[in-house]
Design a protein around this ligand. Sequence first.
Ligand code: XMP
Length: 513
Amino acid sequence: MPNAVFVLDFGAQYSQLIARRVRECGVYCEIVPYDTTWSELSARRPAALILSGGPESTLVKDAPDMDGAILKSGVPILGICYGMQLLAREIGAELVKLDHSEYGPATLRVSNRETPLFDGVEESSRVWMSHGDSVVELPKGYCALASTGRCRIAAMGSPKERVYGVQFHPEVVHSQYGRTVLENFLHKIAGLGDDWKMESFLDRAVEDVRARIGSARAICALSGGVDSAVAATLVGRAIGDRLTCIFVDHGLLRQGEVEQVVAAFREILHLNVVAVDARKRFLKKLRDVEDPERKRIIIGHEFIEVFEREAARIRGVKFLVQGTLYPDVIESKTPLSKAGHKIKSHHNVGGLPAKMGLKLIEPLRELFKDEVRELGRVLGLPRAIVERQPFPGPGLAVRIIGDVTEDRLEIVRAADAIVREEIDGASLDPHPWQYFAVLTPVKSVGVMGDGRSYANLVAVRAITSDDGMTADWARLPHTLLERIASRIVNEVHGVNRVAYDITTKPPATVEWE
Ligand code: XMP
């Protein structure tokens, strides 16, 4: 891979974010463990190297170190936080432990513009710091480039060696000119172009998967969601019909989804899909279950049983494909820099690989959600799948408060379809992040025609959010709300009242459960 940048990961929280930012600058980037040797690296012809931050201090004994040959290689290097201190130690600079660590926002003052690192960065700007040690004296050939209130040398560099260090974190959005600093390093210092695209990631990932799976077979559980769809399509591109996708229809998906997923995979992507109609089985197990946590457990358990039974029918399977994303990796606190990939425990098929003796293939584990959507587009997945809203694994079972029955599923499905159709068709700014209908356990009196009705209350939820962690209720136009409510009571049998949820998260959650 020409023009690849490698991030040496010293255990930072932000290593993936660095890689992502580099990719956003149009440069291909990969993460490698901090102790990768120069002979291993040089075989991959790195165009530049970035040393990540890390939780340790370079001043402690046995602090993670790098191969000294890397610094002598002549490849442009940028050290970030711990990475800068490590460089400083290697070049013989003086480091001290600060009396008070510096965490959070700080004001960066650029003091030297002889190098291009701070081109386009204002004299004074906001940066994000997180360090306990500081560089205080530099050897000949290196100059201090910027400072903060607490840190006299917050950036350093040697134009001749093309080795630079920044004490702050340019990869986080809180660093005002972080992106500019990274661009300067990549384009102006390392001389890299900006023409890398998701297509190149795809080519490499397909090659990797092909090499790992060899002539064996793989299976993948499709959920209808974007992650498993993209992972399956990518693996399908690598091994063709030696991949079998298993789609368990638990009867808890939204209107049209089952048909949409199966058609997309069979007709557009030409993948091998086994669709299992398990609707009756799931409904039976969910009968009279009201507690949402029990619903989740039952659905997870049934899913594994059905999946395992179907998988056992396919011969020669050695691999299980999963659409694990980088945020899942962070959540399960798996160190990416060292092997031992743990699987997120709440994943539906989490316990399966070991139980079934399968090896895991996770082609998306370096990517963030929006990068996965982009990859899905490159792979030619239909928009309906690529832009699908987040949807709970247990599906509509958690959007029916109380007992899950076929009748109640029909109500929530029909109401939800109206909510989606109306909001999808409206031009809203910002467009809500997620929107759906909830069937409450409340019945109330109404008048319909000339008669009295006693029917269900449907709640409509529409939120704005970046990531689902916090959310605000969407200020939908009254005319739109009116149309949604009117259509639901007129078109969905068994509903005579509609309420709109105007709570934020926190204190409420997005789902009602
Ligand atoms: P809550 O309700 O916890 O939801 O505020 C936050 C976001 O997560 C989605 N969600 C799930 N996604 N499996 C998923 O993949 C699940 O079991 C699940 N439960 C909630 C929810 O829709 C919202 O976007």
